[in-house]
Design a protein around this ligand. Structure first.
Ligand SMILES: *[C@@H]1O[C@H](CO)[C@@H](O)[C@H](O)[C@H]1NC(C)=O
Ligand SMILES: *[C@@H]1O[C@H](CO)[C@@H](O)[C@H](O)[C@H]1NC(C)=O
Ligand SMILES: *[C@@H]1O[C@H](CO)[C@@H](O)[C@H](O)[C@H]1NC(C)=O
Length: 337
């Protein structure tokens, strides 16, 4: 075999790891339907790399309690129908910005209990991502990642768990303005360098805030009281922040007009995104209906034509047959005469 051909084959093997990978050597995860979704259960199976031989149309992958260090975009592009990915308690330290890009249907991503230092900003741009768990990654700068992800166009993120992500030093509280759908936020066990009412103004859909064991500094003593009042007025389920001594001045302190504006913008954006989601659903539904009508229409036309052809063919055939029959009969008659 010429050397060039060998090179080509080598190159192909590098480009198509899924195809070239020998699946006989990979541990087999149990695959079944769970709640109607095609699920591969690879829980606690000592995987050191992302499995490459699961069914391509898999919708749920459970990979918690393994020893995976690295995940590449090529690994995930084998499974583009993925909706829920659980990677709790692995050894992931670093992820590339594009690792999860292309997972259009990903709704749940659980990266809790890993060693991540940074969350790829592009995670916040995944169009279907609803639930993101980042708990117990010791020192993530989540504020920076969200900042880098801006502008965030269409977001679905409603549940975010960033509990216990500040082990060595206090972290910055993220700016959630561009993620207005967030309804559940877990910040428990964190130390924040400082908290102010503006941090909560952009959380206009917040319903549950788990802030147990949170420590924070406040720029202004009244800020803590304003935050407690603001969250209480909005019926958020939370633990009252332990505030510095109450001073009489704080009882009349209100939210800054600038923060009120942020809240209004958030509400507006929330409405737009909700409408966009409804529109998308309606469009998909309409598209489906139109497709069915189109297929039915094509079917009718096709079968209609065939039927016509058959009914037209019938007399021609019989005519020819009749003529042929006549010939044969004539011949027979001729012979016998
Ligand atoms: C990460 O990817 C997003 C697009 O998905 C892009 O907007 C952003 O600038 C990238 N960030 C970095 C640090 O490359
Ligand atoms: C928030 O996170 C902590 C620690 O990870 C956990 O114990 C707690 O149950 C979470 N809160 C909620 C409401 O899920
Ligand atoms: C808060 O901290 C205490 C003591 O460190 C611990 O027992 C408790 O489980 C923590 N609560 C949460 C929700 O993390």
């Amino acid at each position: 075999m010429p050397f060039n051909n060998l090179l080509w084959i080598l190159l192909l093997c590098l480009l198509l790891p899924g195809w070239a990978f020998d699946c006989k050597n990979e541990k087999k995860c149990k695959t079944s339907r769970v709640h109607g979704l095609k699920t591969s259960d690879c829980y606690r199976m000592d995987f050191k790399e992302f499995p490459k031989c699961l069914p391509n149309n898999i919708e749920v992958i459970e990979l918690s309690y393994n020893r995976i260090r690295k995940i590449y975009q090529e690994d995930l592009l084998l499974y583009t129908y993925l909706q829920h990915l659980y990677l709790t308690d692995n050894l992931i330290v670093q992820l590339k910005n594009n690792t999860f890009a292309g997972l259009e249907y990903l709704e749940t991503l659980d990266l809790s209990v890993n060693g991540l230092l940074k969350v790829p900003p592009s995670i916040f741009q995944l169009p279907s991502l609803k639930n993101l768990y980042l708990s117990q990654n010791k020192n993530i700068n989540i504020a920076e990642s969200i900042e880098e992800a801006k502008p965030i166009g269409s977001t679905s993120l409603t549940k975010l768990d960033i509990s216990y992500i500040s082990e060595d030093s206090p972290v910055e509280f993220p700016d959630f303005k561009e993620l207005p759908l967030i309804a559940f936020l877990n910040i428990s066990g964190n130390a924040f360098d400082y908290l102010s009412p503006k941090h909560f103004a952009g959380l206009c859909n917040l319903q549950i805030l788990d802030n147990s064991n949170v420590t924070a500094q406040y720029e202004n003593n009244c800020d803590c009281w304003i935050i407690n009042r603001w969250l209480t007025e909005r019926n958020v389920d939370f633990h009252t922040f332990l505030c510095p001594l109450f001073s009489q001045e704080c009882s009349n302190e209100q939210m800054d007009p600038e923060d009120l504006k942020v809240f209004e913008d958030c509400t507006e954006k929330f409405k737009n995104i909700k409408q966009w989601h409804v529109l998308k659903k309606v469009a998909l539904w309409l598209g489906g209906v139109l497709l069915v009508i189109l297929i039915l229409g094509i079917g009718f036309v096709y079968f209609g034509c065939n039927k016509n052809r058959k009914t037209k063919k019938q007399p021609i055939m019989t005519l020819r047959e009749r003529v042929e029959l006549m010939h044969v009969e004539n011949k027979v008659e001729n012979i016998y005469i």
